[in-house]
Design a protein around this ligand. Structure first.
Ligand code: HEC
Length: 261
């Protein structure tokens, strides 16, 4: 048997292998396109570790935010602010204004501090939501602000330090009510192919099945048989010829090695 014969056999093996792969993948692929991509649940905020948390707009504040309002924790977080801010009643302004009573007050709440024009003309109140947004990324929330602070990317840190600011006031404003996440739009709608529990007469769940279940597996079994028989035929041909081939084989290899020199 010459090299051409060997190549033919190798080609037949490769073609068979390719055929098996294709036949295996085709039913797989078909079944996959049948299965709908059903989101199990959606998350409101995903922390990408970059401070850019808000992916979906959930009503503010969520329960987790309110739960994180802890003045003791906030006092620790406030160490990051202390180089510029004082929070005591009648305390001095520093690089930043004194923050006593800032929560619920107007932007630029201190008349004796020289604010940036951006802050001076911001014209809103320091609601929990505004404070949370500002403290997440001051420069993004109020472009042109003089507050040279990168921001607190951790939601719990913001909630805690805002609580600390809240209690440092002559008459602290009320804590916020947590808002519920909006109801999903289509909560109960059945999706084709979704798992449907099979229930017997007593109402016991017997098994979980799918709506388009058994037809596909049998199909792929049949195709599985087809492929194996193809493989066997090819394998038969192959063994018949390879017996006489083995010497050619090594000869061919020998040629390959010597040729380049
Ligand atoms: C590097 C100094 C610096 C740091 C650190 C800093 N701030 Fe500020 N902050 C400022 C300055 C300056 C302003 C005034 C900004 C302007 O005029 O645009 C300001 C303004 C504010 C305001 C608005 C005050 C008002 O009267 O409207 C709040 C609230 C505030 N800072 C909270 C914080 C908190 C909380 C921290 C810590 C997590 C912090 N800041 C860290 C410098 C700083």
């Amino acid at each position: 048997m010459d090299e051409l014969g060997f190549n033919k056999i190798a080609g037949a093996i490769l073609a068979t292998a390719l055929g098996v792969m294709v036949l295996r993948e085709v039913p797989h692929f078909l079944m996959h396109t049948d299965a709908p991509e059903v989101p199990v649940y959606s998350v409101g905020a995903i922390d990408l570790g970059s401070g850019e948390e808000e992916v979906l707009d959930l009503p503010f504040p969520q329960q987790s935010w309110v739960d994180a309002m802890d003045a003791d924790e906030g006092a620790k977080v406030f160490k990051k602010c202390q180089s510029c801010h004082n929070v005591e009643a009648g305390g001095p302004n520093g690089t930043g204004p004194n923050l006593y009573g800032v929560v619920g007050g107007p932007t630029a709440h201190k008349s004796d501090f020289s604010y940036s024009s951006a802050m001076a003309s911001a014209g809103y109140d320091w609601t929990y939501e505004q404070l949370d947004g500002f403290l997440t990324r001051p420069a993004a929330h109020l472009s042109g602000t003089n507050m040279a602070f990168i921001g607190l990317k951790n939601e719990e840190d913001r909630a805690a330090v805002i609580e600390y600011l809240r209690v440092n006031a002559a008459s602290p404003v009320d804590r916020p009510e947590p808002k519920a996440a909006p109801e999903p739009e289509e909560p109960t709608e059945m999706v084709e192919g979704e798992e449907v529990p099979v229930v017997d007469e007593d109402g016991d769940v017997v098994e979980a099945s799918t709506e388009n279940p058994v037809a596909d597996p049998t199909d792929s079994e049949n195709e599985g048989e087809d492929t194996t028989s193809t493989t066997e035929e090819a394998a038969g041909d192959e063994t018949a010829e390879t017996e006489s081939d083995s010497s050619d084989n090594s000869a061919a290899n020998g040629n390959d090695e010597t040729e380049p020199q």
